[in-house]
Design a protein around this ligand. Sequence first.
Ligand SMILES: Nc1ncnc2c1ncn2[C@@H]1O[C@H](COP(=O)(O)OP(=O)(O)OP(=O)(O)O)[C@@H](O)[C@H]1O
Ligand SMILES: [K+]
Ligand SMILES: [Mg+2]
Length: 714
Amino acid sequence: MAAIERKKEHRVEGIDQETFKPTGKGVGKDSGPQHHRQPKRTISGDIVRQASLDAFKKLNPVVMIKNPVMFIVEIGTFITLLLCINPDLFVASEAGRGYNIAVFLILLFTLLFANFAEALAEGRGRAQADTLRKTKSDTTAKLVQKDGTTKQVSGAQLKKGDIVRVEAGELIPTDGEIIEGLASIDESAITGESAPVIKEAGGDFSSVTGGTRVTSDYIVIRVQTDPGESFLDRMISLVEGAQRQKTPNEIALTTLLAVLTLIFLIVILTMVPMANYLGIQLDLATLIALLVCLIPTTIGGLLSAIGIAGMDRVTQFNVLAMSGKAVEAAGDIDTLILDKTGTITYGNRMASEFVPVQGVTVQEMTRAALQASVRDETPEGRSVVELAGKQGESWMEQEYAGAENVEFTAETRMSGLNLGSGTQIRKGAVDAIKRHIVSRSGRIPADLDDIANRIAKAGGTPLAVAIDDRIYGVIYLKDTVKPGLKEKFAEMRSMGIKTIMCTGDNPLTAATIALEAGVDDFIAEAKPEDKITAIKKEQQAGKLVAMTGDGTNDAPALAQADVGLAMNSGTMAAKEAANMIDLDSDPTKLLSVVSIGKQLLITRGALTTFSISNDIAKYFAIIPAMFIVAMPQLQALNIMNLASPQSAILSALIFNAIIIPLLIPIAMKGVKYRAMSAERLLGRNVLIYGVGGVIVPFIGIKLIDLILSGLHLV
Ligand SMILES: Nc1ncnc2c1ncn2[C@@H]1O[C@H](COP(=O)(O)OP(=O)(O)OP(=O)(O)O)[C@@H](O)[C@H]1O
Ligand SMILES: [K+]
Ligand SMILES: [Mg+2]
């Protein structure tokens, strides 16, 4: 009935079966021009203007206090502002008003630069959120009512459970599951991919996303989310950073920086009585300048920009990360577990041959396969009905009147019908059917295993067909491995990541596909709980585990994994359980996410190293300047030979401020990451950012001092 008619309609529409590859986009190098990634978002003038404004707004102390290092700078800025008004406000001071104003302005810019970095990182996401919001613009929907008629309602009113009809050319109003129909859908608003995908009721490709457009045929969907909770809503709040929370790593680093700040504060406070004892009058603006130079303002000012930019980079790869924590975890992944069908292969397993066992004719086998599949709404089931139809086999609705449908589950790995007459028709994984037949004391045909093995060795999925206690033969389901996987998995191996394919299919098919795809290991005949067990086993061995999958049966495992990457082509359940969604449905995308995660961790480490090693030069600039008048023997320390004590302090403070915007590009783009061992990477970065952090400020401060004194400003 409906199934066959739909298939016909679909052929009339001229959709070639060859192109019926719902997930076959953006994979590997071979995808070529077919794949249209979103244009790389650059920083526009608008974003810069908005970020400059936001930099001032973020001066609000209530916002600032979340960043302890910069909050201390803000207090210092406020005190120097008071000193500009009255230099002798707290203690009598010899510093002139001009000096106080200079310190105040440099401190103010230090704050603004740090705020600007954060606002700039946020700005790109916000621009993308605005674009997405346009997609969400008021849609109307055809709500299907109880009596079957439709009524126009606003898309914003739709609730979970509502039934909506969407025709060709219309926007899908919100997320749902197709319950009737098959259509090609343009998902470019969300994925940036312009080639339409085909979605249909039943199976793993039945979920549709609000904001995408039906381009042919029609579909009837059951709404799956309440207002404000759709995928598009979540995507908007994600890219705009509304839900951004500090990751555990970030919190740890913020705490460490706060402790460092406190230590320097104590050191500076104890300097005052010491200096008094030596008869040196330290002036307040200088003490504040010294404190600000020594506390880790560089990393303190760039920390949140680094995190935001990392998330943004993931989005640029067309991956939605639900949390920064997941991105960081990706940077440390040891094991990757992948689902087979729909992840490693395209997932449109299609019946390609009916192979009868000895004593059964091809026609009998074809008929048995058709009977076992007439009510099977999965893509596998439909493809059986279609192939049988092509071979001239037909069936009558009345033959099945009163038949009970046995739906496919990943647990039983079988599907079929129980006829009113008591006849049981089944098809399913060969071992499952064998068990079923043995339990009914039936006979296993001698050539069954040979047929199944031949199909499995070719990488196909064999499905045995049985009526009552007799096995008729095997359906050959063909599926194609996505191109370019082998190279990507090899790259993962070189990064020390182990790949394991976990499939419900038999061991032989699994072995063939595993070899073809180039994974390190595989687990066959896995039920959903076996996938979780596999993940837990790795986790108990202290490994961080990533899982990619697309099916409803993958959802629990996606939730258990440290990084769960769902294919956008998959079910809503999988997408909800995962903490990342790949809009291109490319399992090797995890490689890019791993690189971005590592890059994020490395960038944060590198800039922290740089920030702290900067202090050495600042000591040499400031300490002699403060004490040299009273203690000429400190002259030995005055290796930088700066123009005057005031010039030394201002130069160090200016360097401290402008290093923040100078490092914004690195914070945003991330430190260059190459696939190499963790130790070598660490060594390399300590060398560059540690040694660089010592040398650069010596040069920078000296240069600023030369300019200031050259211009007779100090
Ligand atoms: N519609 C169906 N009717 C009967 N049996 C099926 C059907 N679809 C799949 N099977 C059988 O059940 C097995 C497991 O199902 P399924 O492929 O969904 O598992 P899985 O764990 O998602 O693994 P993967 O997606 O990696 O192949 C299949 O290998 C096949 O033998
Ligand atoms: K500093
Ligand atoms: Mg699956």
